[in-house]
Design a protein around this ligand. Structure first.
Ligand SMILES: *Cc1c(COP(=O)(O)O)cnc(C)c1O
Length: 361
């Protein structure tokens, strides 16, 4: 089996084909190194160029101001649920969390183990079919930070613009929409993202944090859990995920070549638009997210019955559309269409949806 099917998986997810091809070409011997990237030392000059190049491309792509650090960590976004409060929620402080889905709830749970936390808003009563309106958010004026999830991978909702933190440092889990559109990093104190959705294979977590947070971190944290360790050692305190960073570097070059984040936003809006139009005009499919909260990355939708949903997913899989089954907490279907997901795949899915409705509707 050499043919590539359309991969709608929520993560790990589709990578750009030219990136995979380049990695394949150079897998046995990286030009100039005489060995595979899977075999090189993380202390080698070759890897130094890779990780420095990745950082430079991230800075260029997202126009990251000089007073921010870029860290390449492990443990996924899930470890950041703990590291954020361990580093930034002091014993006498309280942090605000906006709850817009399963991942925000997990972040909240870890923060509650560390210190005092307040829920500034939650859309759980609406089964997370939207993000809160600004008047629904109650900020604690003395909060040490406000945490939110930029894109809710499971429910298919996304913030159009960041919530107003009222002057508190803003912290975002951007795992599922990082670099899918321009981002004004200067509005954030810290951004983290598991890389396996939009940037790289699994095993790598990107953290972008403002310098002034570093001296506030309490002394005595475990070395590996302290942002200062990784900032000081340029993410090389221990062995980093060399291969994942190498692939991320290729993805970043691809993003720059394609026209950067403005172009990604344009394409992502067009791709998601095709699917939402297909849903809205069908009278058969029904979107889970309310229109003003719709995600450009994860499109969640239902069919008239669970029976039809099962059939839809089965037939779609047979037709070469993989990963469309929705998360059990929403049910139905979910099409994840990250940066690297091709427009042709979205067009093919909308045709499939029309045909399925014609034969089963
Ligand atoms: C996938 C995901 C996570 C979990 O990431 P891991 O890297 O598996 O820990 C957290 N937050 C969001 C928004 C996600 O989409």
């Amino acid at each position: 089996m050499t043919e590539r099917i359309f991969n709608f998986s929520a993560g790990p997810a589709v990578l750009p084909l030219p990136v995979l091809e380049e990695a394949q070409r150079n897998l046995l011997s990286l030009p100039g190194a005489g060995m595979s990237v899977l075999e090189i030392s993380h202390r080698s000059k070759t890897f130094d160029e890779i990780i420095l190049g990745a950082e430079a491309d991230i800075r260029k792509l997202a126009r990251i101001p000089d007073n921010y650090r870029v860290l390449f960590l492990q443990g996924g976004a899930s470890l950041q649920f703990s590291m954020v409060p361990m580093n930034l929620l002091p014993q006498n402080g309280s942090a605000d969390y906006i709850i817009t889905g399963a991942w925000s709830k997990k972040a909240l749970k870890e923060a509650q183990r560390v210190g005092q936390v307040k829920v500034a808003a939650t859309t759980e009563p609406d089964n997370f079919n939207r993000v809160p309106r600004s008047e629904e958010i109650t900020l604690d004026p003395s909060a040490v930070y406000l945490h939110f999830t930029t894109n809710n991978t499971i429910f298919g909702t996304e913030w159009n613009r960041e919530p107003d933190a009222g002057g508190a440092p803003l912290i975002a889990d951007a795992s599922s929409d990082i670099f899918s559109r321009p981002i004004d990093v200067s509005k954030y104190a810290l951004i983290y993202a598991g890389a396996q959705k939009n940037l790289a294979p699994a095993g790598l977590t990107l953290v972008i944090l403002r310098d002034d947070l570093l001296p506030r971190i309490p002394k005595g944290l475990h070395t590996m859990l302290d942002y200062n360790t990784h900032a000081k050692e340029r993410s090389l305190y221990n062995t980093p995920p060399v291969f994942a960073i190498y692939i991320m570097r290729l993805v970043l070059s691809w993003l720059i070549e394609q026209g950067g984040l403005e172009e990604m936003e344009r394409r992502n809006q067009a791709k998601a638009g095709l699917l939402y139009d297909a849903i809205d005009s069908s009278g058969f499919y029904r979107g889970h997210a309310l229109p003003d909260s719709r995600s450009l990355m994860n499109i969640t939708f239902r069919l008239p019955s669970e029976e039809l949903e099962k059939q839809f997913v089965n037939e779609a899989t047979k037709a070469g559309f993989d990963g469309l089954k929705g998360h059990r907490s929403v049910g139905g279907c979910r099409a994840s269409i990250y940066n690297a997901f091709p427009r042709e795949g979205v067009e093919a899915l909308t045709s499939f949806m029309k045909e399925f409705q014609r034969t089963h509707g």
